[in-house]
Design a protein around this ligand. Sequence first.
Ligand SMILES: CC(C)(COP(=O)(O)OP(=O)(O)OC[C@H]1O[C@@H](n2cnc3c(N)ncnc32)[C@H](O)[C@@H]1OP(=O)(O)O)[C@@H](O)C(=O)NCCC(=O)NCCS
Length: 327
Amino acid sequence: MPSPSLQMPARPTGARIVAMGHYQPDQVVTNDDLVARGVDSNDEWIQSRVGIAERRFATTESVVDMAEGAASKAIANSGISVGEFDLVILATCTMLYPVPGGAAELASRLGINAPGAYDLNAACAGFAYAVNAASNAILTGQAHTVLVVGAEKLSDWIDYNDRTACIIFADGAGAAVITASDEMAIGPVVWGSSGENYGAITTNPDTHALIQDGQAVYRWATSTIADVGRQACEAAGVKPTDLAAFVPHQANLRIIELVAKKLGITGEGSKTAIARDIVTAGNTSSASIPLALSKMLERGEIPSGEPVLMIGFGAGLTYAGQVILAP
Ligand SMILES: CC(C)(COP(=O)(O)OP(=O)(O)OC[C@H]1O[C@@H](n2cnc3c(N)ncnc32)[C@H](O)[C@@H]1OP(=O)(O)O)[C@@H](O)C(=O)NCCC(=O)NCCS
């Protein structure tokens, strides 16, 4: 008897991001505002060490509220009807409770009827993992139109007495609509983890506030992430110098500048736009890449169809990067 082989749906040739959208809360919190809230720091120290001038904190908004704000804009920008979506992935690590996840509620609020829906937690690498998950679902014929959202409310998870962590984190959301396509516009993921460093970013078991070993994270990111970028470019068949944009996780401006320099995409003659959204948005974990990319697209900084390198990295420690073609 022949070994059984199960039927699979027809597979499309490719997957692509067709539209994006973002949401930031109205409340601007400057470094001086943090000091006024009792943080033992100052504007000069924060700007010079992490590159953040201000960030946004939610007031009444939840993670799902911000996800909905970003997703509605991405869906409107795509021109695709909500009836066509068959999968919703919410990348987040800051839901207040693990159950229920936010993806099904998000879909219901948006009027998407009964899609596959799940939350994905790879911390600050979450959006890059989620784009890969969406692309794989499409390429195996198991989804056609996918909503991927990165949304975080890190202001619920900070302790103002911990000045090495509370100055960095912020709130926001970014979303992408990803569909089956005749062309391949989402390159292979290069991903990995460094679980032996799991303690470098963690949460206080009593207060649940985020705690980080800043120097360990800085050393790891600056020694690992440029190679991930190089490998992601190679896997997609593009050279770093061909990139129209580099949109890394907005962890820290010094890390962004160093990684861009190692990739050889800064300075005179470079055609690569570098995302520096952290200056006014802070570190919004899995929301930071779609937030920054959506703004760059809105400002017309990235021509449609040009290659863009995204790299997420953070707690776990986890990382993932891929080249996409701009919508
Ligand atoms: C967090 C980070 C900014 C701290 O900077 P650092 O230069 O490593 O600072 P250190 O922890 O060595 O502390 C240096 C001094 O600054 C002080 N300091 C720390 N945070 C401070 C703050 N917010 N304001 C003023 N001084 C501060 C320390 O107390 C220490 O003082 P001391 O020398 O008198 O003891 C830096 O390590 C960093 O950016 N790491 C990467 C973090 C990151 O990207 N996280 C996100 C990952 S997704």
